[in-house]
Design a binder for this molecule. Structure first.
Ligand code: AMP
Length: 292
């Protein structure tokens, strides 16, 4: 496994793999502090592609000024050991200056869908995400790029960017990996104290209640949201940021969940830590098969 810090080196290695060796490249972008959620993406990339590249980059442009950019957990030594275990071929771990050289002034924005849900709570967040993903995709030019359903809106926005700008890469979205309590794995779970970690299981518990109610025939979005709200409100350490039922592609708000699948998503503060989770209701057969 080689760790690469320079984007020029990353580009030339990827070019050689593609052109001279004709090997397929699978790419997993991460911000590090790896857990089983990330590793499920690496595992799938390993199964589907000849070469696996994982980036570890805490991207400053996707954090708001009052957010946790400097506190975000960083441990490249631990991450590298995990990636070696998972037979990753290349780790791309550039510095901020390497990704954003002096004078950097080009940003990619997917309009409309970037302003809702996470985008409404975190202005500018998705502009940072799409910009860095565009840079990484241009540097590596992977055949496949892997994302988690945990960040459902991010996956949809990146799919739109890749389609609109005709990036020659295919996107693979994989199911949310959870702890035994149901808590979705996240690098931010590192911030949680013991009692908070227990409390954080309420997100999944609440969404699961909504899923059960939906399966029992409750297709009214407001009533499903109310069920999620009242469950989360029973947890004293939890403070809701948003709860929403949206079309999974357009993010149009839904009153009823019938023909088209809906993303029921939540963002909740547990103490000072902001966590997100979601469930897809009215799934397509493909999503069912993936277990999402
Ligand atoms: P991050 O390091 O948080 O930027 O996440 C990198 C990638 O891992 C993103 O595509 C996330 O959606 C994905 N990911 C994070 N947590 C999970 C999880 N619990 N299950 C599946 N994928 C995840």
């Amino acid at each position: 496994m080689e760790i690469i810090n320079r984007r020029k080196r990353m580009s030339s290695v990827a070019r050689r793999l593609r052109r001279e060796e004709n090997r397929t490249i699978g790419f997993v972008p991460t911000m590090g502090a790896l857990h089983q959620g990330h590793l499920s993406l690496v595992h799938e990339a390993r199964a589907m592609c000849d070469v696996v590249v994982v980036s570890v980059f805490v991207n400053p442009t996707q954090f708001g000024p009052a957010e946790d950019f400097s506190a975000y957990p960083r441990d490249l030594t631990r991450d590298s050991a995990l990636m070696a275990e998972y037979n990753v071929d290349y780790v791309f771990a550039p510095t901020v200056e390497e990704v954003y050289p002096p004078g950097f002034s080009t940003y990619v924005t997917v309009e409309g869908i970037s302003d809702q849900l996470e985008g409404a709570s975190r202005p500018g967040h998705f502009r940072g995400v799409t910009t860095v993903v565009a840079i990484l995709l241009n540097t590596i030019k992977p055949d496949f790029v892997f994302f988690g359903q945990k960040d459902a809106q991010q996956s949809v926005i990146i799919k739109r960017m890749v389609r609109d700008l005709n990036f020659p890469t295919e996107i693979v979205v994989l199911p949310i990996v959870r702890e035994e309590s149901g808590l979705a794995m996240s690098s931010r779970n590192n911030y949680l104290k013991n009692d908070e970690r227990k409390a954080a299981a309420v997100l999944h518990r609440a969404l699961s209640k909504a899923r059960a109610a939906y399966d029992d025939g409750e297709h009214n979005a407001a009533r499903l949201i109310e069920l999620v709200r009242s469950t989360i409100e029973q947890e004293p350490l939890a403070r809701i940021d948003y709860l929403s039922a949206n079309d999974t592609d357009t993010f149009e708000k839904l009153d009823r969940i019938d023909e088209r699948p809906a993303l029921l998503s939540v963002a909740v503060f547990i103490g000072k830590t902001r966590l997100i989770d979601n469930v897809v209701l009215g799934k397509t057969k493909k999503q069912d098969a993936a277990g999402a």
